[in-house]
Design a protein around this ligand. Structure first.
Ligand SMILES: C[S@@+](CC[C@H](N)C(=O)[O-])C[C@H]1O[C@@H](n2cnc3c(N)ncnc32)[C@H](O)[C@@H]1O
Length: 322
């Protein structure tokens, strides 16, 4: 059990303090995924408006053999390492195919959410009893270093679900450079990018009619209440999403509906909110093929092959270190 001192010094507490004392206030989206957050995200993935999962699932289902060929073109064995694996539904399509092709591989899903790791591990062990799976619970930034020494076999890093969209351009390049440093020259990186498209389609994906995305964002306040002893009143905050076509990014916010003060026991302090003050929650960057090529080059990668869905809403791009 965590003591009050260890809770106060936890990365979660420190990040919440940093976010709520910055201007504008912000809360890191990586904390969305507690038990309820992971459950709500699964609901989001099923929403008619949330095209991202459907598009990536279509790519994996329709190009399975080509993806397999690209992964195994110059090495027949590999370690598959997935950063922020979530429920692994799309990866299961690849794993099923790889096992049928009798390729020698291991699967290491990494996720910051313990609930997501446990659920994925149970599901995959039942569905693929022959799969060599080693789930790792933690922040992929922290686990990256240990990946370097893991094995000398080819590593194929998967970064799916447009997770990269949660970084701005500079952060994305920094992130890929960090990945490059822990990769050997014959390793590969497979990244899912959400593409620029009709702004209405994008906005709807982050502002669904049923309000599941709103509940997903508000749930993070509940998590702070529960884990850090805060007293956020969820009815005094509302969710707001927008898409800026010039910067090609969706942004989401929680808005304080009234002037209020919220205290957080684990931080021994309170935070004032003005009426209509916004807490910045998440950025979801959208990409063009040109931008993807630029980012790959700046980060030390060349693009081997890119797979698109039928609507050109989304792509998965296979990168090789240069
Ligand atoms: C948008 S979901 C995508 C899940 C999955 N990759 C997919 O495509 O469906 C993001 C996942 O990344 C995990 N995650 C977010 N930030 C993380 C971090 N810094 N380290 C490890 N996992 C992280 C979350 O817990 C969540 O399961």
């Amino acid at each position: 059990m965590q003591t009050s001192t260890s809770i106060k010094q936890s990365t979660f507490a420190k990040d919440i303090l940093a976010g709520l004392t910055s201007t504008p206030k912000s809360i890191s989206s990586k904390y969305f995924y507690d038990d309820e957050g992971s459950r709500l995200f699964m609901e989001i993935m099923k929403l008619p408006e949330y095209y991202l999962t459907k598009s990536e699932f279509e790519i994996f289902s329709e190009h399975t053999a080509e993806i397999f060929d690209a992964f195994t073109s110059d090495a027949s064995e590999f370690d598959l390492i997935e950063l922020g694996a979530g429920d692994g539904t799309k990866t299961a399509v690849l794993i099923d195919h790889f096992l049928k092709r009798n390729v020698d591989f291991t699967y290491t899903p990494i996720d910051i959410s313990k609930e997501a790791c446990d659920a994925l591990s149970t599901k995959f062990k039942a569905r693929f009893p022959e799969l060599k799976i080693e789930t790792q619970n933690g922040d992929y930034f922290q686990i990256l270093e240990s990946l370097k020494i893991k094995s000398s076999r080819r590593k194929i890093l998967l970064f799916l679900g447009s997770n990269i969209g949660n970084f701005n351009r500079e952060q994305a390049v920094d992130f890929f450079k960090q990945l490059r440093q822990v990769m050997h020259d014959n390793d590969l990186l497979f990244v899912g990018f959400d593409l620029q498209k009709d702004p209405h389609v994008i906005l709807n994906a982050y502002d669904d009619a049923q309000g599941v995305t709103a509940a997903f964002n508000l749930n993070l306040l509940n998590r702070i209440n529960r884990e850090l002893g805060a007293n956020f009143d969820l009815s005094k905050f509302s969710y707001y999403a927008m898409y800026r076509p010039v910067e090609c990014a969706a942004r989401s916010f929680l808005i304080s509906r009234e002037k209020q003060t919220v205290s957080i026991e684990a931080l021994d302090r309170s935070f004032d909110f003005d009426q209509w003050e916004a807490i910045f929650m998440e950025i979801s960057q959208k990409y063009s093929p040109v931008l993807i090529k630029e980012i790959a080059g700046e980060s030390g990668f060349a693009i081997d092959i890119t797979f698109y869905d039928n609507k050109n809403y989304y792509c998965d791009s296979l990168w090789r270190p240069i």
